[in-house]
Design a protein around this ligand. Sequence first.
Ligand code: APR
Length: 387
Amino acid sequence: DETTVAIIGAGPAGLTLANLLQRSGVDCVVLEARDRAYVENRQRAGIIDHHAGRIFEEYGLADRIVGDGPVETLMEIRTDGVPRFLDTPALAGGRPSRLVPQQMLVRRLIAAFLDGGGDLRFDAADVAVHDLTGPRPRVTYRGGEVHAAYLAGCDGFHGVSRRSIPAEALRTYSFDHGIGWFSVLADAPPPRYPLMGVSRHGFAAQFARGPYASRFYLQYQPGEDPRQWTDEHTWAQLRLRLGDPDLVAGPITGREVVDMRSFVAEPMDHGRLFLVGDAAHIITPMGAKGMNLALTDASVLARALTAAVHQGDETGLREYSAVCLRRTWDYQEFSRWYAEMVHEAGDESQPFRRRLALARLDRLFTSPAAATAFADLMAGTDPGQPD
Ligand code: APR
């Protein structure tokens, strides 16, 4: 088969790219290793920040893709049970983020692409990429082959695309934040506002996942195995850390240990292969930037590919990696800063660092300039070139 862009992976990155290309009149084929039900039921991220949401508006897809997802209003940080609120959308000049669980986003992106006549192939086993630096790269999979002008590696951290780039052509950065998180999905009423609990018992958080469910996060100590925790222990810890003895429990439907890791591969391209989303970088959930990076990478690449295909202008493709890496490092710094603050602010084993973290946290509620800088990152940014 022949196409213009072969996209590997149908997660948020690959599906967004596919839809933007379709809207721009650029031909593409999407190859996904798993089946449709698997992809549509994967529950992970849940926030589309204001900046990423604008991408769908630009392409006339906002109603269909972002839809009526609830708009973020306040966020709450409780320190040893004492609540404080930040109106981040207002602080960011009226730029709210929206709550759109990943599985809803993915379902809508699949439906929109297929309705537009898109070519999306599930169950594509043994995907391999070839001739990356030649004029006509190709992708093979069990039972098929696709020739393309460009390849987009949207196949996540464990995918085949990044691994196909020679090691000497990539510089990679890995960082373990030294923090363990246990994530629990439960049929329990969502909090009024996204809620973070800073406490000497460890960090905890609660976020809405639709109108009837919550996702909780609990820090665990090195050496602990939170998967062994009983439900009673989990709820008791949540009540303690969130400072709410009346927190309503519900059936736990998912348990997961979350790696607090960061990874960046530079550059994000090799010949005619472009890495998008988790294939190029992973980030901690703190600040909710992982999915937003996938969406913004896809948008930068869609624009660059469209200019290359329709105008023969490859400037955008040459700049793709540098543009996306600026935002990636900006968000990595934000996520690290945020995670360090809310964890250290509860950590009594490091009294000096704890006081520093508490001072940093207080500053968000006492300094309008600090609050605005924070809100700006929550809304999503476009880090320009330094002057
Ligand atoms: N061949 C084809 N498809 C593959 C292969 C392969 N060899 N390997 C992986 N895939 C598919 C996966 O099955 C998955 O559907 O690629 C897709 C990658 O999707 P994600 O891992 O979700 O990555 P991405 O689209 O970059 O989105 C990243 O979404 O889930 C969040 O935490 C994640 O926020 C981050 C963002």
